[in-house]
Ligand binder design. Structure first.
Ligand code: DX5
Ligand code: ZN
Length: 233
């Protein structure tokens, strides 16, 4: 599967995921395609349930439609929901390639990661800014990616919280070369260099891409100044 290769191989340059949360929802197919045509490596698909976070967004049906429209796209689903285990199978059936769940939402993260793997997807664990890094350190072996939230999740367009960079550095030092470290929230051309310096190799961005006039320039700007080399971790 293309996904596994992209997320499990140390990238020569940082990967950029376009978070479609800031796209025009009435034009989702063309908006998603446009970000990929502009150089984004994959689509980041934010799922919110109005409980874990104070917003509602999209679910498996939207994922299925995007999969039909973009058969080769890597779809990375970020579950900001109270019960992520409920959604592993529906998203697998809807064509998702990767599922990230929040450490704050699960009692047995290794078991959920195993379920996600059994469904032939890669698995990620996300950590919110106030959560102690120790919560994820014990489950690193079970996942393919760790996602550091650099905002309190719920909305696009918030301001980057630099205090999470310490968490990124701690996690980065403990990851294997075949594991990715993503950062999500307020990532833009000004904040990306500090993220990369802290060991992140996957940049997730909504506003920085969809809020710009030129998506290709925006994606290139996110990667500029990067000096990630293969196997650097
Ligand atoms: C927020 C989402 C993020 C969001 C990022 O809860 O998880 O992926 O789309 O938006 P920006 O890049 O605008 O901060
Ligand atoms: Zn997200």
């Amino acid at each position: 599967m293309a996904t596994t290769t992209l997320l499990s191989k140390p990238p020569r340059k940082p990967l950029v995921g376009a978070s479609i949360l800031a796209a025009d929802f009435a034009k989702m197919g063309p908006e998603a395609r446009s970000a990929l045509d502009s150089g984004a490596d994959f689509l980041h698909f934010d799922v919110m349930d109005g409980h874990f976070v104070p917003n509602l967004t999209m679910g498996p049906d939207m994922c299925r439609s995007l999969r039909r429209e973009l058969p080769d796209a890597l779809i990375d689903v970020h579950l900001m929901v109270t019960d992520p285990g409920l959604f592993a199978e529906p998203f697998a059936a809807a064509g998702a390639d990767h599922l990230t769940f929040h450490i704050e939402a699960v009692e047995d993260p290794a078991a959920l990661a195993a379920t996600i793997h059994e469904l032939d997807m890669t698995a990620g664990v996300a950590i919110n800014p106030p959560t102690d890094v120790s919560r994820v350190m014990g489950v690193l072996d079970a996942v393919d990616m760790v996602l550091i939230m650099s905002i309190n999740p719920g909305f696009a367009g918030q301001t980057f919280m630099p205090e999470v960079l310490g968490t990124a550095r701690t996690v980065s030092a403990a990851l294997r070369p075949d594991q990715r470290l993503a950062i999500d929230g307020g990532v833009n051309r000004a904040t990306a260099p500090a993220c990369l310096a802290a060991g992140c190799d996957v940049l997730l961005a909504a506003t920085a891409i969809y809020g710009s006039q030129d998506y290709a320039e925006a994606v290139a700007a996110l990667r500029s100044g990067a000096s990630i080399v293969s196997g650097s971790r």
